[in-house]
Design a protein around this ligand. Structure first.
Ligand code: EPU
Length: 424
């Protein structure tokens, strides 16, 4: 563990004392995509409600390596891509996050070529890129693999056409949506992901002059258009995964926790599960208050593409289910490595049985005991913080740098509602 990379958390030993307001910041999975989209424009794009997270810094460095200028002050970020010239992604930075894959759309469309490594990111199962490659080939791009890098070329521009995604994919939907405005003819995307971050990306592209119909539905049609500098700043949508994580904490440790700065309609599936578990919820327009009940009910939870229950909120909700009476079932339908983190929860006393890579059962309620554990990825790392928060004793959760990829100043926000958490 490197310095300042470990959270020390004094567990509440089952007490439900967290109280006050906890703010949700801008969504990682929106800001990274609009930053990528900004390189389509020979001008400046301004963003507000930008979280101060490591992935934003890394993507900013990738963009600067391609000839763009990026400034990030407080919660405002500017991308100026007039001088964009490079089409080769820095392999080390690109491998540090899955989101780098979306850059291949705008780069191919604007510069006619892009060279990139296999994108990295969380170790949550297989994360292939076949849909991206076959889709661009269908739109007339040529494809070359050389050693560790891939190159797509379309020097005369990508053609129009129709792409049916064989699997619903968030980043694939976004990547083609970004490339399409500069194509030679309309592009129809079918079986698209419908996440709020996709709708937000479409709104940003429209503010630059793109002609996009259907974002937020399974079929998106994009007509060619000239893109220009947007006239106003674009506000990043609130992070519904942060909100879900804080709500899961509230369900097990909240005397009265108010999660602020949310769009509650983006959280329908999460709120439904919490409601079934018996959490006491007051849903406002942009805030949600939650109180932990005496007894939580077990539930059957199944992750699903939006508007279903988000896979990114599965791990924190698993921690909440360890405190529910009876047997819950969790079915993870998106990724095949996203139940691996449960072994550490078991070592803390949880009764979780992984039946197969996609299914786990949780028997509750079990008290958790403090442990020293390393967070394996952004979301499971937060789940460990939640587990440590309700455990008996003092836990250390390492790999804070992974949680910094997606959560700004997480320890300050949790300390603000009464959790004893420090970083060293
Ligand atoms: N898939 C393929 N081939 C492809 C692309 C995807 O088979 O070419 C499969 C994947 O293996 C997976 C499924 O399609 O089984 C769906 O994955 P998707 O492509 O939607 O995931 P992603 O776009 O790589 C984004 C988020 C993830 C989030 C998922 C699902 C970003 C940068 N990442 O990933 O967020 O879990 O959608 O909602 O937007 C996180 O923020 O912690 C995170 C992992």
């Amino acid at each position: 563990m490197t310095s300042k990379n470990v959270f020390t958390i004094e567990g509440l030993a089952g007490k439900k004392t967290l109280k006050g307001s906890i703010p949700v910041y801008g969504a990682k999975n929106n800001v990274l995509k609009v930053m990528a989209a900004a390189i389509l424009i020979e001008g400046e794009s301004k963003f507000t409600n930008v979280p101060n997270i490591a992935d934003v810094t890394s993507l900013g460095r990738i963009l600067e390596g391609l000839g763009a200028f990026v400034t990030h002050k407080g919660s405002e970020l500017t991308v100026s891509a007039k001088g964009l010239s490079g089409s080769v992604l820095d392999p080390v930075l690109a491998k540090s996050m899955r989101a780098s894959i979306v850059l291949i759309g705008p780069l191919l469309a604007r510069l006619g070529s892009v060279t990139f490594p296999h994108p990295g990111g969380d170790v949550i199962g297989e994360r292939p890129i076949d849909i991206f490659i076959s889709g661009f080939q269908k739109l007339g791009a040529s494809y070359l693999e050389s050693g560790d890098s891939y190159t797509l070329s379309a020097p005369n521009g990508i053609s129009g056409g129709e792409i049916f995604f064989r699997i619903v994919s968030v980043t694939a939907t976004e990547t083609f949506m970004m490339a399409a405005p500069l194509a030679k003819a309309p592009i129809t995307l079918k079986n698209c992901a419908m996440e709020p971050e996709i709708v937000a990306l479409a709104e940003f592209l429209k503010s630059c002059g793109a002609n996009i119909e259907g974002a937020g539905t399974p079929t998106i049609i994009i007509h060619p258009s000239t893109l220009t500098q947007p006239t106003s700043a674009f506000a990043i949508v609130p992070d519904r995964i942060e909100a879900a994580t804080f709500l899961a904490l509230g369900a097990i440790a909240g005397e009265e926790l108010t999660v602020t700065g949310v769009i509650s309609e983006h959280l329908d599936a999460v709120l439904e599960i919490l409601h079934m578990m018996g959490a006491m919820l007051t849903v406002g327009k942009d805030s949600i208050t939650i109180r932990a009940p005496q007894t939580l009910n077990s539930v059957k939870l199944r992750t699903h593409e939006y508007p279903g229950f988000p896979t990114d909120a599965q791990a924190p909700m698993m921690v909440a289910l360890t405190q529910a009476e009876g047997e819950s079932t969790v079915v993870e339908t998106i990724f095949n490595g996203r139940l691996n983190y449960t072994t550490e929860l078991v070592s803390m006393g949880a009764k979780i049985a992984v039946v197969n890579p996609h299914r786990a059962t949780v028997k509750g309620k079990t008290p958790l005991k403090a442990r020293d554990i390393d967070g394996p990825d952004i979301r499971a790392g937060l789940a460990y913080i939640l587990a440590a928060a309700i455990a008996d004793g003092t836990s250390h959760v390492g790999n804070a740098h992974l949680m910094d990829r997606g959560y700004e100043a997480i320890e300050k926000r949790l300390a603000g509602v009464g959790l004893k958490i420090t970083r060293s």
